[in-house]
Design a binder for this molecule. Structure first.
Ligand code: PEP
Ligand code: MN
Length: 341
């Protein structure tokens, strides 16, 4: 249930409403916008049946939230939310580009790639230390050693870092190094993991499961938000379809659909969607044209030697071109590209 307070409500009126709702066993979440304060009452709404909420002093309107997700819904928070990562922010402001290798493989390669993407205009560095590989015989990532290298690359470039958490047992370790904790497509419905990152004081990037509907994806975000962490960014990365020409099918429509249903920032990963380096640029342009608040692109100093996803990784020169061409689309949609911190 959403309770919209009158613009001139008093602090006592607000407190009275919050206390009444809490006494009925509901949890109350507040959203203060520029013009309105909204209270979201979450829990067993049957408890509200006999409460004349609408006539309580300070209440302007009471609206039921019909969607199964509440805290992440646009009804609850009508304005776009902003998720800050140090001096960079995802949201209605500048379009941010996250770039870097699929996995952290080697110190020299990582530092070289990190410097190149920074010079080209990326504002965050990505790299996996724990990799969700389909084969148990494939490179699984360097684990903590990889995280240390990522921290060194952050030190060198000043770029905040994004890295994946796969297992709740590694939460403390990954959170120690990461500026943004990534939940990968394969773990989008690992509810235990979602609850875990919901208790972190750190932004979380939730990638769309490869066969997940938008509602299921938003329910995953709701899991995180319901634990208290509202610093969530959604990342479309392609879904499984009958098409085999590309690794996945980029669901461009997910971007404007999400913008209708949620206030959370939405970014797009054209690399995992395409699975081919030559399609990354056009998909990146399409994503930004559709309203994406950012991109996540795989870049590798030597893609032919990559231990993971070399086919879809851009060489630094190609990435530089991508940033230039995407910048033109960003301007065309009336936005600007984020500058490196
Ligand atoms: C990744 O970004 O490193 C990754 C594994 O992507 P996804 O979870 O989307 O497959
Ligand atoms: Mn990858």
């Amino acid at each position: 249930m959403i309770i919209v307070l009158k613009p001139d409500h008093t602090e006592e009126e607000r407190l009275q409403i919050v206390q009444t709702l809490r006494a009925l066993g509901l949890s109350v979440h507040e959203s203060r916008g520029a013009h309105r304060t909204i209270l979201g009452a979450i829990g067993d709404e049957d408890a509200l049946r006999d409460l004349p909420l609408e006539s309580m002093p300070g209440v302007e309107r009471v609206i039921p939230i019909l969607k199964p997700y509440k805290l992440v819904s646009r009804e609850f928070h009508p304005e776009d939310s902003e998720v800050a990562v140090g001096s960079v922010a995802f949201g209605p402001g500048p379009v941010q580009i996250i770039a870097g290798p699929c996995s952290i493989e080697d110190r020299q390669l990582l530092l070289e790639t990190a410097q190149a993407i920074r010079e080209a205009g990326a504002t965050l560095l990505r790299g996996g230390a724990f990799k969700p590989r389909s084969s148990p015989y494939a490179f699984q990532g360097l684990g903590e050693k990889g995280l240390e290298l990522l921290a060194e690359a952050r030190e060198l470039t000043g770029l905040p870092v994004v890295t994946e958490l796969m297992d709740p047992r590694d939460t403390v370790l990954v959170a120690k190094y990461a500026d943004v904790v990534q939940i990968g497509a394969r773990n989008m419905q690992n509810f235990r993991l979602l609850k875990e990152v919901g208790n972190l004081d750190k932004p979380v990037l939730i990638k769309r499961g490869m066969a997940a509907t938008i509602t299921e994806w938003l329910m995953s975000a709701e899991y995180v938000a319901s634990q208290g962490n509202r610093r969530i960014v959604l990342c479309e990365r392609g879904i499984r379809t009958f098409e085999t020409a590309t690794r996945n099918t980029l669901d461009v429509s997910a971007v404007p659909v999400l913008k209708q249903h949620t206030h959370l920032p939405v970014i797009v990963d054209p690399s995992h969607a395409a699975g081919r380096y030559d399609l990354v640029l056009p998909l990146a342009r399409a994503a930004v044209a559709a309203g994406a608040d950012g991109l996540m692109v795989e870049v590798h100093a030597r893609p032919d030697q990559a231990l993971c996803d070399g086919n879809q990784s851009l060489k630094p020169e190609r990435f530089e071109r991508l940033v230039r061409e995407v910048a033109a689309v960003v301007r065309a949609v009336g936005r600007e590209l984020g500058g490196a911190p």
